[in-house]
Design a protein around this ligand. Structure first.
Ligand SMILES: C[C@H](O)[C@H](O)[C@H]1CNC2=NC(N)=NC(=O)C2=N1
Length: 96
């Protein structure tokens, strides 16, 4: 069962993500990061790899792509806020 991140978990789990460019979305319990690539092919192939992880983990990003930029917001809709699944997916997106 997925649960909202506790205050203590937030300190340990979110801190490294903030270091790598993720930030809280204003007015919402969600995190956001802008990913920039060399060109559209790089951006879209990264999205394709990301989509396979999202599907494997049944946890999906809110995202949009314009040319070589991908805007990603992560939140867990089932709990209306951040869960460990968002942190897990964020870490994966940072390494793809
Ligand atoms: C039924 C299915 O498991 C759920 O709707 C999953 C699918 N992907 C999801 N993705 C995200 N980001 N949050 C969810 O709560 C969620 N729930």
């Amino acid at each position: 069962m997925t649960e909202k991140l506790s205050d203590t978990a937030r300190d340990t789990v979110l801190a490294p993500l903030f270091e790598s460019g993720w930030e809280m979305v204003e007015g919402r319990d969600a995190i956001h990061k802008t990913f920039k690539f060399a060109d559209f092919t790089e951006a879209f192939s990264w999205m394709t790899r990301a989509a396979l992880w999202a599907e494997k983990w049944d946890h999906h990003p809110e995202w949009s792509n314009v040319y070589k930029t991908v805007e990603v917001t992560l939140s867990t809709h089932d709990v209306d806020g951040l869960s460990s699944l968002d942190a897990k997916l964020a870490r994966k997106l940072d390494t793809l």
